[in-house]
Design a binder for this molecule. Structure first.
Ligand code: GDP
Length: 301
């Protein structure tokens, strides 16, 4: 988080800029608030949270007659933190459905968002915590995807179950979970295909993968991977996926890049699902639990 803080503070993050601008003006007139609102919208915060934040700040700044920048900063910190919702349970549910069965984590999302990379990084985190992990390469549509996952597996020291090229993704997922159960593995992480040609196709495929896995063991987490730099496009993906499967947590990747920051709040609000993990780079150690305090501190610089 110290790293994210540095990166957000030094970046062109629109949310951070809007707040810094607000703190730097001498007089808070209508024009200032209008500009503030516009910048918040362009920071991917979404209309609802933008109106809420602006309203709360206007009220508090007027009522308390804030003149002291330190006090203004404290209020901003409080209101922003409330929007991020620090009380949400962001822990990963890795409870197995029965003794001897592995916990199953299904990782979904559009190609290119960082799904495979996230699976690799997550495996590394879990292994470091002392758990045994097995990967399932259920993205059978692209041979390269399976290769990439297996490479990550080797890198972090876990085995990858693969199927035949262009084979049935659900059957690879089932095999991975069955093998995990036979080996007494703690967690099986299943990487899925992220083709968004048609919603029905995706629905059929992901629904089937989940149903087939659940013949063997319950899926305890469905993590939706979103690229934080894609803004509203990412929101559209989030809506579609959440209609297709019961998403239990969001992984926002590339928060180290040109992400505008507000997406964290918008996606949680709209889906009612917490951001559980964030990707902060391409390396194996660049996955962190989402920390609301660290995020807000990073935004406020
Ligand atoms: P997939 O198609 O969804 O499986 O995506 P990949 O895992 O192949 O990732 C796509 C690209 O994004 C790769 O070049 C990754 O190295 C990069 N990537 C993934 N996560 C992050 C992240 O958190 N930060 C940055 N900067 N790049 C990332």
């Amino acid at each position: 988080w110290a790293r994210l803080r540095r990166r957000l503070a030094g970046s062109n993050n629109a949310l951070a800029r809007a707040l810094a601008d607000l703190l730097s003006v001498d007089r808070l007139d209508e024009e200032t608030w209008d500009d503030f609102e516009t910048t918040l919208i362009t920071s991917d915060l979404g209309v609802g949270p933008t109106t809420e934040l602006t309203g709360a700040l206007r009220r508090r700044f007027a009522v308390d007659g804030v003149a002291d920048p330190a006090e203004a900063r404290r209020i901003l910190h409080e209101e922003l933190l409330a929007l991020v919702d620090p009380h949400l349970d962001r822990s990963l549910n890795l409870t197995p459905s029965a003794d001897g069965l592995p916990a199953v984590v299904l990782v979904v999302g559009v190609n290119g968002t960082g799904k495979t990379t996230t699976v690799g990084k997550l495996a590394r985190v879990l292994v470091a915590e002392g758990r045994s992990v097995l990967l399932g390469a259920a993205d059978t549509f692209r041979a390269a995807a399976t290769e990439q996952l297996a490479t990550w597996g080797e890198r972090v020291g876990v085995h990858t179950v693969r199927g035949p090229e262009a084979g049935d993704p659900a059957s690879v997922a089932f095999d991975a979970v069955a093998q995990g159960a036979a080996e007494g593995v703690d967690v099986v992480i299943v990487d899925t295909a992220g083709r968004l040609h048609t919603k029905t196709g995706l629905m059929d495929e992901l629904g089937k993968v989940k149903r087939v896995i659940e013949k063997k063991a319950a899926v305890s987490e469905v993590l939706l991977v979103l690229d934080a730099t894609t803004g509203q496009n990412g929101m559209t993906q989030a809506r579609i996926f959440s209609e297709v499967v019961d998403v239990t947590g969001i992984v926002l990747t590339k928060l180290d890049g040109s992400a505008k920051g507000g997406i964290v709040i918008q996606v949680q609000r709209e889906l009612g699902v917490p951001v559980k993990l964030v990707g902060l780079g391409e390396g194996p150690d660049d996955l962190a639990p989402f920390d609301p305090e660290g995020f807000v501190a990073g935004i406020l610089g």
